[in-house]
Design a protein around this ligand. Structure first.
Ligand code: SF4
Length: 62
């Protein structure tokens, strides 16, 4: 599974980085970025981060 973020529309709330820090982190320029692979073990927390992003900018592709 591959994660991506529409960084232009991320509001830098940090929620995804709290839910799944193994995959998401806040970039130095503000918006969140993907820094890790979505392994099988992380699918659930990455999906939770996607579902809870307040502006729905996280995508997960098989
Ligand atoms: S939860 Fe969404 S808006 Fe918040 S930092 Fe992550 S990607 Fe950006």
């Amino acid at each position: 599974m591959k994660a991506s973020i529409d960084r232009e529309n991320c509001i830098s709330c940090g929620l995804c980085t709290e839910i799944c820090p193994e995959v998401f982190r806040l970039g130095e320029d503000g918006p969140a970025e993907v820094h890790g692979e979505v392994t099988d073990e992380l699918r659930q927390s990455a999906s939770e981060a996607r579902d809870n992003c307040p502006v729905s900018v996280i995508s997960l592709d098989e």
